[in-house]
Design a protein around this ligand. Structure first.
Ligand SMILES: [Zn+2]
Length: 506
């Protein structure tokens, strides 16, 4: 970990002069490491890094350390922590030690977001601490010496974590715990005072706006419940806030709830590779997509469904999107509707109910000629479907393409004579049949293959309703978190496993 401002503050000529030679070497190595890293960072620009041109320098967009990641102060729990933290740390020392973000944002001089001590929504909640956890520095930040367990140390800051306590065997209901995490500082023999730092996930370009770390108000089990309420129960942030307050007397702001969901998304990110690996190996894969809004931009929510895994993705409606998801490595059978991005896959099936709906549309046309063609094609497809279902139960001695040779020939004839028809709907449907002829008729030769894309359509249904309630997502990170959490939840359901296991915890 890099030297913090607190560490550098203590390092001066006088201190260096007193250090023995071997410690001086150790300290120099650390300083050199930091200088090199900072030099590289200074040199970073959109031309030589993944940093998008619009990205501000990290210290310009950083949440101010004084409000941490927003969590402790928003509930008032942070104030409680500051008041009662052990040791007599001066006021400015109670700020969370966020080493990545050295200086406050320029501008008004005030940190962004809610000001310390400002009135929250409703009452400020004082939480009774049920558990305590002290974090002591393991080694000296300057010379690297291991600090003894029993060395003298004192608290310099603290935060409270609210979580659901592990369930008690034979009892129903939820109990909450409030853990006071205290960060300690201790003096090394070299004279340097080192501080325990809360763990933080290293920066990740894909999750630029989602901080993940130990310093948070909401613990993992409570976070799991919030995710379940938001995604599976489709509750808005405001409804979740209301529920927690009404049922559990717990006040969380909608900001904290939103942050918790995005953090859970980032925390689930390592699972994405496992889900993709599973999808790519599936013998059959159902794919469907539906429109999705990301802060007003039209995108698509894709569902990739195998027998044991569901993977959702939010992105453009392009072939690249699907190819990237499948890492160009999918060799199984793809089951889809007639959308053009799927046409590249040779090994593919079409959803028959989808085609039947189109033929029904023709059959119901007010144009008598179009209606008659639609009805005839519909009747042929219905007969073929019946043959396929019957063959699954009791395979006939002769292959279905032979049994139904006349029907197939008639269907093909109907398509061919109408492919330049003046009626646009009829022309379009028969052309679709001709274009995908082999793919559409494949189940006749292999009757055990699925005829419908119901699995993918069903996998999207729940989230279509969620879309109406939430109007989509509001940021790239929000979309990524949503798709990942939905994938995890739906995959658990498909495997008949509980997505939320309070007994196991993190
Ligand atoms: Zn030391």
């Amino acid at each position: 970990m890099r030297l913090s401002k607190h560490d550098l503050f203590q390092m001066d000529d006088e201190w260096l002069k007193k250090l023995p030679a071997e410690l001086l070497l150790e300290v120099s190595k650390r300083l050199l490491h930091d200088v090199k890293e900072l030099q590289d960072r200074l040199n970073q620009n959109p031309g030589n890094s993944s940093r998008p041109p619009s990205t501000k320098a990290p210290w310009e967009k950083a949440p101010d350390p004084a409000v941490g990641n927003g969590a402790p102060t928003e509930s008032g729990a942070g104030e409680a922590a500051a008041e009662t933290a052990e040791g007599s740390a001066p006021a400015q020392e109670t700020t969370p030690p966020v080493t990545e973000r050295p200086s406050p944002r320029k501008g008004s001089g005030k940190p962004p977001g809610k000001q310390l001590g400002s009135q929250g929504h409703g009452r400020t909640q004082k939480l009774a601490v049920t558990d305590r956890c002290a974090h002591r520095p393991e080694s000296c930040a300057a010379c690297g010496a291991v600090l003894a367990e029993d060395a003298e140390s004192q608290a310099y800051t603290a935060w409270d974590e609210v979580d659901i306590a592990p369930p008690v065997e034979g009892r129903i209901g939820l109990m909450f715990s409030v853990t006071r995490h205290t960060l300690l500082e201790g003096r090394c023999a070299c004279g340097h005072v080192s501080r325990a730092m809360p763990w933080r996930a290293p920066p990740d370009a894909q999750w630029e706006k989602v901080e993940l770390g130990e310093w948070r108000l909401v613990g993992p089990r409570l976070a799991g419940v919030i995710v379940l309420l938001a995604l599976r129960m489709r509750l808005s942030r405001a409804s979740i806030r209301e529920l927690l307050r009404e049922v559990f007397d717990l006040s969380l702001s909608t900001g904290v709830i939103d942050e918790t969901i995005r953090e859970a998304g980032r925390a689930s990110f390592p699972l994405e590779d496992a889900l993709v690996a599973d999808i790519v190996q599936a013998a059959q894969l159902h794919v469907d997509e539906t429109s999705w809004s990301e802060s007003g931009v039209l995108l698509w929510l894709w569902a990739l469904v195998s027998t044991s895994t569901v993977l959702y993705l939010i992105g453009p409606r392009t072939r690249e999107m699907l190819e990237n998801a499948l890492q160009d490595g999918y060799t199984g059978i793809l089951i889809s509707d007639g959308y053009v991005v799927y046409r590249n896959w040779e090994n593919r099936l079409r959803c028959w109910p989808h085609l039947m709906r189109k033929l029904r549309g023709l059959a119901e046309s007010s144009d008598g000629r179009v209606s008659r063609v639609g009805q005839e094609m519909e009747a042929i497809l219905t007969a073929l479907m019946a043959g396929i279902y019957a063959a699954r139960l009791d395979p006939p001695p002769q292959a279905l393409p032979e049994i139904y040779a006349a029907e197939v020939k008639r269907l093909q004839h109907l398509c061919e004579v109408h492919q330049t028809d003046q009626h646009p709907a009829l022309r379009s449907v028969v052309r679709e049949f001709l274009h995908d002829w082999k793919v559409i008729l494949r189940p006749l030769a292999e009757p055990l293959l699925p005829l419908s894309n119901n699995a993918a359509e069903q996998a999207l249904r729940h989230w279509v309703i969620a879309r109406y309630i939430s109007h989509g997502t509001r940021s790239e990170e929000g979309s990524r978190a949503f798709a990942l959490l939905a994938s995890v939840i739906e995959t658990c359901r498909r495997r008949s496993q509980r997505a939320l296991q309070l007994g196991i915890g993190e």
